[in-house]
Design a protein around this ligand. Structure first.
Ligand code: SF4
Length: 109
């Protein structure tokens, strides 16, 4: 299972955060993982789902998010190897305003 350099850093940093501050809650607040259940996850067919994530602990847990976890669910912290992603295209993100949304926007690249 190959991870990109970015994914490798994501795994290390998210595990370090969970070890220091505890696992994420499922909610969509600033401290939450924005977990969506399998019935709401729009990209499960494309492979974007918990059962393909490096943090998933079968049958129903996650190394970094609290509570019961469904195989077909997803959250914003996922790290999924490219080979687990299917041929179906991931849905486009919702269009957003061109105005800067935060202090980091435009600082990279
Ligand atoms: S996507 Fe990954 S990190 Fe998020 S809840 Fe599912 S298994 Fe955990």
């Amino acid at each position: 299972m190959a991870l990109t350099a970015r994914q490798d850093l994501m795994v290390r940093s998210q595990l370090a955060i969970a070890a220091k501050l505890g696992p994420w809650a499922k909610d969509a607040g600033a401290e939450g993982a924005a977990y969506v259940s399998a019935t709401v996850n729009p990209n499960g067919a494309a492979g974007l789902k918990c059962e393909n994530c490096l943090f998933f602990r079968a049958p129903t847990h996650c190394n970094i998010v609290k509570g019961q976890i469904e195989r077909g669910a997803l959250c914003r912290l996922y790290v999924i190897p490219q080979e687990k992603l299917g041929p179906k295209k991931v849905e486009k993100p919702v269009a957003v305003s061109a105005a800067p949304r935060n202090r980091f926007e435009g600082s990279v690249g």
